[in-house]
Design a protein around this ligand. Structure first.
Ligand code: ZN
Ligand code: ZN
Length: 350
């Protein structure tokens, strides 16, 4: 962990973003600052977490009553550090000003934004195993719930059932608010489930994920309730084709923009590209959305052991939308799909 300071040419860093603190120290509490100095890593937290911090982390733990930053600042001064890097992009303006005045003029502030995130984008073996397990749980909960879906159930009924299943299977909880969108509402890429009832002759979009051992999973599937119309089938198959094209473009060295372009180019052949307004994918891990962003104009390169989603979609106002999302591991040979649920259009008997 301290090697990070050498490689980043920083003298000290105070991490305050909780997923970053968890990544480096193992601590999962809701309040903390992790200070890295040339010789020590110190976790500052409050008395609620005294026992937990002792169990979860190997770094030195300092239990502080009240605000943590004055103690962090005192430590910086006691160690006679000349510079301190903060996560500027994740601190509030008020916090930043506070830290700045606490450390005083002798300590220059630097920006450590993105430092932890760049490391987190590439997963180690343990993290890959954790995401695999999370994806398995997510897929199992989906397939179990699918058997129970029937017309007359509401979108929220289905979302509740999915989340209940994930919890029963050992998930910490959903990794984000489960999306269940029936019929026309499936054309809203981020639809919140409502009391709307599932009817026959509709698309039903489910975007879900679990958090298991802190690691997220993410998957979208669309089923059809009752026999699918030619329009629904052609929409579905076009998105599937685009998804396969994007998956095919995943390999170490590929630019994020190239993978995104593969999906858009494929959709353009069917005239659906203008109905695809979001990015093709994103990294995931301790957070549901992490780097890299697989989107237009993103020059970042994909490297081995990144875990990213591939999720193109097409959303037709007044009709419905289709998005197909797999989570994949980037291997030397390309994308290894971690989502364990079939992708052909499934028809549920009404
Ligand atoms: Zn998703
Ligand atoms: Zn996603």
């Amino acid at each position: 962990m301290l090697a990070l300071l050498d490689s980043s040419h920083l003298q000290s860093v105070a991490f305050s973003h909780l997923p970053n603190i968890r990544y480096f120290s193992g601590f999962t509490g809701s309040n903390g600052v992790l200070l890295l100095t040339p010789t020590r890593a110190i976790l500052f937290t409050d008395p609620r977490y005294e026992l937990q911090a002792g169990q979860e982390t190997d770094v030195t733990v300092k239990i502080i009553r009240g605000s943590l930053w004055p103690e962090v600042a005192k430590t910086v001064q006691r160690f006679r550090l000349k510079t301190l890097a903060l996560e500027d992009e994740l601190l509030s303006y008020a916090e930043y000003r506070r830290v700045s005045s606490l450390v005083g003029k002798q300590v220059r502030l630097h920006d450590a934004s993105g430092l932890a995130e760049a490391l987190r984008a590439v997963k180690d073996e343990g993290e890959i195993a954790a995401i695999r397990a999370s994806m398995k749980l997510c897929g199992d909960a989906y397939l179990k719930t699918l058997k129970k879906i029937h017309t007359g159930m509401s979108e929220t009924d289905v979302a509740a059932e999915l989340e209940y299943r994930m919890r029963r299977m050992g998930a910490d909880g959903p990794s984000f608010e489960t999306i269940v969108a029936a019929g026309e509402r499936s054309a809203l890429p981020h639809a919140r489930p409502t009391g709307a009832k599932i009817r026959t002759d509709q698309l039903l979009l489910i975007d879900m994920g679990a958090s298991l051992g802190g690691y997220a999973s993410d998957m979208t599937r669309v089923v059809h309730i009752g026999k699918a119309s030619p329009k629904a089938k052609s929409l579905y198959n076009s998105v599937l084709e685009a998804q396969l094209a994007a998956l095919d473009a995943v390999r170490p060295g590929a630019k994020c923009a190239e993978i995104d372009a593969a999906a858009r180019k494929s959709l353009r052949r069917h005239g659906f590209d203008k109905f695809f307004q979001h990015s093709t994918g994103h990294g995931l891990g301790l957070e549901i959305h992490e780097g890299p962003r697989v989107g237009r104009k993103v020059a970042d390169e994909i490297v081995e052991n990144m875990v990213i989603t591939i999720e193109p979609g097409a959303y037709l106002p007044g009709f419905g939308g289709v998005r197909i999302e797999d989570t994949v591991l980037v291997t030397a040979g390309g994308a290894e799909i971690l989502t364990r649920v079939p992708k052909e259009l499934m028809v549920l008997e009404a």
